[in-house]
Ligand binder design. Sequence first.
Ligand code: FES
Ligand code: FES
Length: 154
Amino acid sequence: MQSITLTVNGKSYTRDVEPRMLLVDFIRNALGLTGTNIACDTSQCGACTIHMDGMAVKSCTVLAVQADGADITTIEGLATNGHLHPMQQAFWDQHGLQCGYCTPGMIMAAAKLVENNPGITEAEIRHGLEGNLCRCTGYQNIVKAVAQAAAAGS
Ligand code: FES
Ligand code: FES
């Protein structure tokens, strides 16, 4: 076992972990933050996307020990003071989901994609979200939601 200390959604945690433990399993099982989903476990689908030190990262591709010292935000930490993040609000407004399984990862990836890029084009949104798969929506409303959030300056 190895001791790690990291910040998740503004709170510091120190835990002993096995060196082989994936960050997504640490987030879900050790911290109980189950908003971050697992689907493929092989870096294909993006359901496990989080923010790590300011970047959108697929947390099934990172070992928990590699996140020692990191500053992490999960979907549970995206809203502030009871107000949805503009990307969450846009998914709500545009109905950018059906079953919702891909949604946390999609929102986390999209939030970073549009950061400081209010003029992002539809083609750039589609290209930027290629690593996030959705089996339900056909993507149309997801793209609309991301465009709305980008225009709102999220
Ligand atoms: S579960 Fe991580 S990319 Fe699919
Ligand atoms: S809403 Fe079902 S996988 Fe995207």
